[in-house]
Ligand binder design. Sequence first.
Ligand SMILES: N[C@@H](CCC(=O)N[C@@H](CS)C(=O)NCC(=O)O)C(=O)O
Length: 218
Amino acid sequence: MRLRFHMTPGSCSTGIHILLEHLELPFEVYLVNLPAGDHRKPEYLAINPKGTIPALQIDDDPALTEFQSIALWLAWRFPRARLLPEASLDAAQAVDLMNYAVATVHGAACTRIFTPERYLPASLAEGMSGDARAGWLDAIQAQGRAMAQDAFALIEARIDDDGRLFGDDLTIADAALFYVTFWADRIELPLPARCTAFYRRMREREVVRRVLAEEGYR
Ligand SMILES: N[C@@H](CCC(=O)N[C@@H](CS)C(=O)NCC(=O)O)C(=O)O
């Protein structure tokens, strides 16, 4: 089986990178330089028309282009690694948490923090002074930070006293929650106690250390 993984260091693809390394699968890495606009080039759009990362090409099939679909495929394809908890309700809870991290913490909150300009309607921005524009962008970022903090406060209840989600197994929910807590750390967004314990625990995992080192983080 040929796996081609399209990723950007320090992005949401880090979560998938951790799962791939954890499975000890041979895979080819293709770096997508987002600041340079690689994701908007025709070669990449031919692989993922959405122009986003991560993307995973499995043999010659159309690429999987969502974090959740890639994570679930890996879990189903390699069941012995227990990326999904065995009990059906726990498995559904893992999907619940993964999706909340990806769709709400990342998709709704962090995008406001990282790319506030995308939330400023062009019709509103037209003719706006520089100061007014900066004020709007600040307000959108503040909204994103508040949304992220609200979300982490809810996630708190899903983490045990030792900072674990589903025991010692590394699940697809751990991978998703890891990348958003990693971002929180980088942007100095305060995390509640159990989220912090979870993040510290993940940083101590050998596979996480290796992936972060490969992606250029110490
Ligand atoms: N829904 C996608 C979104 C992934 C996503 O937004 N990735 C960001 C990087 S963390 C990206 O590709 N941004 C480039 C862009 O949106 O132009 C997923 O879950 O995989």
